[in-house]
Design a protein around this ligand. Structure first.
Ligand code: HEC
Ligand code: HEC
Length: 211
C-alpha cells in the first residue's frame, strides 16, 4: 500500500533540495536577506550580558532569544528602536542599531539552539487546557505556538518554551492593554482581550513547564 501511493521519481527534486541545504550550510554566514550570521555574532557581544552568550538567557529576568524566528526578532528590534514597543532598557539598546545590524543579529539568534532548563514550575491544569484547546473566543495557543511551544518559523510566530513566567505575564498584559499592537502583534490582541488575570497567570505557569 505505502509504496503504491509514493511517487518514485523524486530523486531530482530531493537532490536539488539537498544542494540548496548544503549551499546554505556552506555559505552559512549569508542568509537570503543579506544578513550575516557572523556579523550578528559579533554584534551580539553587547547583548550577551543579559541574553546569554548564545541567546539562552542565564536568568529569568531576561527572555531567551535563541531559536526565535528571524522575522520575529527583526520586527521586535525595529519596534524597540522606533519606540513602538516600550521598554527603557531595550529602547536604549536598539536605538543605534542599523537595519543591517538588526538583520544580522536576528539571523544569528535564529540560528542558535534554544536551551530550556528543567522546569521547576508546578504548572497549571487550567493553563494547560486553555493552551492546548482554547475555549469560546480564545483559539488554542498551540495552534500558532505549537503544542510544545516551539513556535512556527515560516510564519514568524515566536517560540514560548523557556520564556520566564513573569515575562509571559507582562507580554500578555501588554497585548491586552494594546501596547504591542504593531506588526503581527495584531494577531494576539483579540486573543489577549479575552484573558482574565487568572487566565494569564495560569497560561504563564503552564508555559514555564514546556521543555
Ligand atoms: C541590560 C540588559 C539587556 C541588554 C544588554 C539587552 N537586552 Fe534585550 N531585553 C532585555 C529585557 C529586560 C527584555 C524584555 C523587555 C520587554 O519586556 O519588552 C529584552 C527583550 C529583548 C527582545 C524581545 C524578546 C521577545 O521574545 O520578544 C529582543 C529581540 C532583544 N531583547 C534583543 C536584544 C539585542 C539584539 C541586544 C543587543 C543589541 C539586547 N537585547 C541587549 C534586556 C537586555
Ligand atoms: C493566530 C495565531 C496565534 C495564536 C492562536 C496565539 N498566538 Fe501568541 N503570538 C502570535 C504572534 C504572531 C505573536 C508575535 C506578536 C508580535 O509580532 O508582536 C505572538 C506572541 C506571543 C507572546 C509574546 C512572545 C514573546 O517572546 O514576547 C506570548 C507570550 C504569546 N503570544 C502567548 C500566547 C498564548 C498564551 C496564546 C493562547 C491563549 C496565544 N499566544 C495564541 C500568534 C498567536
Amino acid at each position: 500500500m505505502m509504496s503504491a501511493i509514493q511517487p518514485p521519481p523524486h530523486r531530482g527534486r530531493l537532490t536539488a533540495g539537498m544542494l540548496l541545504g548544503l549551499a546554505f550550510l556552506a555559505g552559512a554566514a549569508q542568509a537570503d536577506d543579506g544578513a550575516s550570521i557572523e556579523a550578528g555574532r559579533e554584534a551580539s557581544q553587547s547583548c550577551a550580558a543579559c541574553h546569554g552568550a548564545q541567546g539562552n538567557s542565564p536568568t529569568p529576568a531576561f527572555p531567551s532569544l535563541a531559536g526565535q524566528p528571524a522575522r520575529y526578532l527583526v520586527s521586535q528590534l525595529k519596534a524597540y528602536r522606533g519606540g513602538k514597543r516600550e521598554n527603557a532598557i531595550m529602547n536604549a539598546q536598539a536605538a543605534n542599531l542599523s537595519d543591517q545590524q538588526i538583520r544580522d543579529l536576528a539571523a544569528y539568534y535564529a540560528a542558535q539552539r534554544r536551551e530550556v532548563a528543567d522546569p521547576a514550575d508546578a504548572g497549571s491544569e487550567s493553563g494547560a487546557i486553555l493552551y492546548a484547546h482554547g475555549r469560546e473566543g480564545v483559539p488554542a495557543c498551540a495552534a500558532c505556538h505549537g503544542v510544545g511551544g516551539h513556535g512556527n518559523r515560516p510564519a514568524g510566530f515566536p517560540a514560548l518554551r523557556g520564556l520566564p513566567s513573569a515575562y509571559v505575564v507582562q507580554s500578555l498584559t501588554d497585548f491586552r492593554d494594546g501596547k504591542r499592537a504593531f506588526g503581527q502583534g495584531g494577531l494576539m490582541l483579540p486573543i489577549a482581550a479575552e484573558l482574565s488575570d487568572e487566565d494569564i497567570q495560569a497560561l504563564a505557569a503552564h508555559i514555564a513547564t514546556l521543555d
